[in-house]
Design a protein around this ligand. Sequence first.
Ligand code: GLN
Length: 485
Amino acid sequence: MKYLKKSILEVSRFIQSGEVRAADIVTESINQIEKHNRKLNAFVTLADDALKKAEEIDRKIKKKEKVGPLAGIPIGIKDMFCTQGMRTTACSNIFGEFKPTYSATVVERLDAAGAINMGKLNCDEFAMGSSNEHSRFGRVDNPWKTGYVPGGSSGGSAAAVASRMVLGATGTDTGGSIRQPAAFCGLVGIRPTYGRVSRYGIVAYASSLDQAGPFATTVKDCALMLQSISGFDEKDSTSSKEAVPSWAENINSNLKNTTIGMPKEYFSDELNPAIRKVVERAIYVLKGLGAKIKEVSLPSTKFAVPVYYLIATSEASSNLARYDGIRFGHRIQSKEIDDLYKKSRGEGFGSEVKRRIMLGTFALSSGYYDAYFKKAGQVRRMILNDFQKAFLQCDAIICPVTTTPAFKIGERIEDPVKMYYNDIFTTPVNLAGVPGISVPGGLTEDGLPVGVQLIANHFQEQTLFNIAQALEENLKIEKRMPDGI
Ligand code: GLN
């Protein structure tokens, strides 16, 4: 591997100057996939036109035609995004061999930017999970340590980038699914402000929480990718008309006028010591760079997990009603319509998805709606108010991403509540609709990556990139890539 060790920005320069052919970069990506995918199980469907697309880009460059900012960069797409003519399943059997007739806006925009889609990436079924153990294609291994989860739900995306099969990947983050796997795999991953990125063509999990975002190996690469996919889309009425800044070009790691809040509720005595060590070191480094550190309070954090699991499951139960065996994918034939629904859904959905449909249906049912779904909406507002108050006192918040480093495969699968409590530091961001980034903070003594989370107010992604860049430049992490890659 020669080029895929580098960043998107560096490889882009090589490709666009004609020094290296996009076809050579894509060939390197194909070789990396061949070398590592059998073990990691990150890709579930491979594109068959990647080389052809790369050659087309090389032709354009030779003729001095204009190419996009990601021209020739191999990337992967989480299997939650529709890709025209390419199997899309959300890693669920209910989709069968579904081939969409159109692509998600994110996929179209990446294509327009010149990125080469190498294929579809493994994830938890319908993006429900924190470990990538709930997939019809089987689990994903963490490239940093065999037998450990890569995080979820975008575990395939994180594993593919961490093993340098590709230079970037897309993810979706409904309750942490970009930030948590990025943290477990030593990558940069951002969940932008709700509305920044179009949800058109993304399999819906919980529509008021879902947002797409990128994974990459550096902060600037992540900014560059986010720039390419952000912005209003008339096909998604919740996408925002807010202008999209050139985040990557505007990154400024000077923190002299930046105040960073440290929420006291996130640093309780129960915080895992390995996580505390990394996050506190990051705070120390930021202080040394001139940032002001201030204690803030987010008192409603303790409600985030129950509120999230009520709202997410309720919305999921409604969104997943469309998979009835008639219109998409998997169908069990029957003369009785009710029986057809029951059998198709019974076979098509996995156990975690079924659990969530049942929880959500219950929370929405008459007699319980006020006590559960409605109440959750009210507490969600309190969580947003906490952030708004905190952002009167600081530009960004720093805190952990995860409660522990990557855990062992199988360790939490039998205990859903334990699994759900993994999401305590990530779900408040989704409930408030604000942006959050996970940036590598260092390694544990066992060599597992730990992430640091930065959170800013709505549409303040630039602040996140600036602080993240300062960390990337100054943390001096000795190892940024797993062994054997
Ligand atoms: N772990 C959370 C869940 O299971 C988050 C998933 C996500 O962000 N898609 O719902």
